[in-house]
Design a protein around this ligand. Structure first.
Ligand code: IPE
Ligand code: IPE
Ligand code: MG
Length: 237
């Protein structure tokens, strides 16, 4: 079945408002094929592009993607260089059509880590998409949830503010976004790896064995069908 037909099968009343992807398994995808790890990341960018556009097309309001963690910075230099080159080459190009359709893009993470030219591309994406109302695409770049929470606490202390759990959200990178309804992790790992620890309090989690570069629209439909069957109780009965 064609991509469009498959996605059209979904019950649109049972979709997550906010779906978040921990895009894992690029390295293993490449290693399995006797390719350098960076080829897995390159393939992963293609998947990212397709998944974002599928999610927006079916009407998901917020799509978050974990692209680069604070811990990923400790990988070998050649891998970091390859990742930076991919960001440099793809970040604007990957998003420009969606921006033209009215998608707003946000980034979460400490962007000061990135080189000037990358930050210029990120700024361009933010600037050009600022007025978008169709959906939000939120990308984690040098993102770590512990840093995010500690930074938020420090800000509250500086402002001498005592805040509620709900008000605290305004101090996080994800301010103004709803909490993720669904967190999808690819490559079979059952962990959050420092992703949205505060926001994930009541998120449904789906782990799929599929490696991120292989995560096609069939895999997307499958996780969305699984989500549609979940019974969310939020501690109630
Ligand atoms: C996810 O793939 C992408 C990033 C973390 C940047 P990995 O690079 O973690 O791939 P594996 O987990 O080693 O297969
Ligand atoms: C999580 O994947 C980070 C991203 C997907 C960006 P990792 O590959 O870094 O996580 P661990 O090391 O397996 O926990
Ligand atoms: Mg990994």
């Amino acid at each position: 079945m064609k991509s469009k037909d498959l996605l059209d099968e979904l019950d649109k009343t049972r979709l997550p408002r906010h779906i978040a992807f921990i895009m894992d398994g690029n390295g293993r995808w490449a290693t399995k094929r006797l390719l350098p790890r960076k080829m897995g990341h390159k393939e992963g960018v293609k998947t990212m592009r397709a998944v974002i556009s599928d999610c927006v097309r079916i009407g998901i309001e917020v799509v978050s993607l974990f692209a680069f963690s604070t811990e990923n910075k400790s990988r070998p230099k050649d891998e970091i260089d390859a990742l930076m080159q991919l960001i440099r080459d793809n970040i604007y190009d990957m998003l420009k059509d969606l921006i033209a359709e009215g998608v707003k893009v946000t980034f979460m993470g400490d962007l000061s880590y990135f080189s000037d030219d990358i930050r210029e591309s990120l700024d361009r994406v933010l600037r050009e998409s600022a007025g978008g109302t169709k959906a939000v695409v939120n990308i984690g770049l040098n993102y770590g949830s512990r840093d995010e929470i500690v930074q938020a606490v420090n800000k509250c202390v500086q402002e001498r503010k005592t805040v509620s759990a709900e008000e605290f959200k305004q101090y996080l990178y994800t301010k103004n976004l709803p909490d993720p309804d669904l967190i999808v992790r690819t490559s079979g790992e059952f962990r959050l790896s420092n992703f949205m620890l505060y926001q994930a309090a009541y998120s449904e989690v789906v782990v799929t064995k599929t490696l991120w570069p292989d995560f096609d629209n069939k895999a997307l439909v499958s996780v969305l069908k699984e989500y549609a069957q979940r019974n969310r109780r939020y501690g109630k009965i």
